[in-house]
Design a protein around this ligand. Structure first.
Ligand SMILES: NC(=O)c1ccc[n+]([C@@H]2O[C@H](COP(=O)([O-])OP(=O)(O)OC[C@H]3O[C@@H](n4cnc5c(N)ncnc54)[C@H](OP(=O)(O)O)[C@@H]3O)[C@@H](O)[C@H]2O)c1
Length: 183
C-alpha cells in the first residue's frame, strides 16, 4: 500500500518534480514543503524531549526509533504497558520513559506531560499519533454509530487532549506539536 502511494507521488506536479529519497517522497525546488523538510533534517534533537502517542504502533514505533537515533529523549505513550515498556528497553531506559495511558483521558495526558518534565526536565515536541480506524472499510451509512464516535473520540479528541496538555511546555520551549491522526 505504501509503495503504491509513493509511486503515485512520483512524477511532475504543478509545483515541481516529485523525487524519492531514502524512502521519503520529496518535492523539488519550487515546493514550499522542501524548505520544511530541510529545516527538519537540520533540527537538532540532542537533549530534546519528544512525546509520542501510539508509540507501540507501526508509525509511532518507527518514529520513536528514528527520533531516538537522532538523540532525542522519548516519552512513549500507549495503552499496552508491555508494548511501550519493551520499546523503552530497546531504545535504552535512561532515554525512554514508557507510559501506559489512554489519549482520550485528559488527566492522563496532563500526567504524561508531567512525567516528561519530571524525568527529562522539559518537553519540546509532541507527536499526537495515536489513532484507530474501522476494522473493515465502512461508510457513514454502514458504520455503527458507536464505532464512528469512538474514532472521533480517539482521533480528534485524543489529539486535542494530547496537544492541549503539552502546549504550556511547547510554548515555553518555542517548539511545536505534530498531528498525525487520520481525522
Ligand atoms: N498506516 C496508515 O496508512 C495511516 C494512514 C493515515 C493515517 N494514519 C494514522 O496514523 C496513526 C498511526 O497509524 P499506524 O498505522 O501506526 O497505526 P497502528 O499501528 O494501529 O498504531 C496506532 C497506535 O495507537 C495506539 N492507540 C490507539 N488508541 C489509543 C488510545 N486511546 N490511547 C493511546 N494509544 C492508542 C494503539 O495502541 P493499541 O495497540 O493499544 O491499540 C497503537 O499502538 C493513526 O492515527 C492512524 O489513524 C495511518
Amino acid at each position: 500500500m505504501s509503495a503504491t502511494r509513493e509511486c503515485r507521488r512520483e512524477g511532475s506536479t504543478d509545483r515541481g518534480t516529485v523525487v524519492r529519497s531514502g524512502g521519503f517522497s520529496l518535492v523539488a525546488e519550487s515546493h514550499p514543503m522542501r524548505r520544511r523538510l530541510q529545516f527538519m533534517a537540520r533540527y537538532s534533537l540532542a537533549d530534546k524531549t519528544v512525546l509520542v502517542t501510539g508509540a507501540a504502533g507501526g508509525i509511532g514505533g518507527a518514529s520513536a526509533r528514528a527520533l531516538s537515533a537522532r538523540g532525542a529523549n522519548l516519552v512513549l505513550v500507549g495503552r499496552n504497558s508491555s508494548s511501550v515498556a519493551a520499546l523503552a528497553r530497546e531504545l535504552g531506559e535512561e532515554r525512554a520513559l514508557p507510559l501506559a495511558m489512554d489519549v482520550t483521558d485528559p488527566a492522563a495526558m496532563e500526567e504524561a506531560v508531567g512525567g516528561a518534565v519530571d524525568r527529562f526536565g522539559r518537553l519540546d515536541v509532541v507527536f499526537a499519533n495515536a489513532g484507530i480506524a474501522p476494522e473493515r472499510p465502512a461508510t457513514l451509512a454502514t458504520m455503527d454509530a458507536e464505532v464512528f464516535e469512538r474514532i472521533v473520540e480517539v482521533n480528534v479528541l485524543g489529539v486535542w487532549r494530547t496537544v492541549r496538555a503539552s502546549l504550556p511546555q511547547i510554548i515555553a520551549n518555542h517548539t511545536r506539536p505534530v498531528d498525525r491522526s487520520a481525522a
